[in-house]
Write a protein of this length. Structure first.
Length: 119
């Protein structure tokens, strides 16, 4: 039911006379409906573009805070702080397989975190 039809119903109720819209009114109604659809489609497109713009800004600011993973070579001696890996909820992306290097030349006790790793 369009806006014009609701006006006719209101008039019919008030004066109790049945009014029928002429064919020109129905053409005007159809034209108004088409214009309304076009405006609605244009509004949808504009809103989608605004949402994409805001999402891209949020994505750029989020990526600025991301720290890239450190690139280590194979068989390179690296120190890590001991952590509880069983309850770690971090994702499996960029994880490393590490083991404690117990036999090496040099001092047996270091100030680095390698001494906290489990064998």
């Amino acid at each position: 039911m369009s806006c014009l039809e609701s006006r006719y119903l209101y008039i019919e109720f008030k004066i109790k006379v049945k009014l029928k819209p002429s064919s020109t009114n129905t053409l005007v109604d159809k034209q108004l409906q088409l214009e309304f659809r076009d405006n609605k489609d244009n509004l949808r497109e504009a809103v989608k573009e605004e949402i994409k713009k805001v999402q891209n800004e949020n994505k750029m600011s989020y990526n600025l805070r991301q720290k890239p993973p450190a690139a280590y070579n194979i068989y390179e001696l690296v120190t890590f702080k001991r952590s509880n890996t069983d309850t770690d909820k971090s994702s499996a992306i960029n994880t490393l397989d590490s083991k404690k290097c117990s036999s090496f030349d040099g001092v047996t006790k270091t100030n680095a975190w390698i001494e906290y790793l489990k064998p």
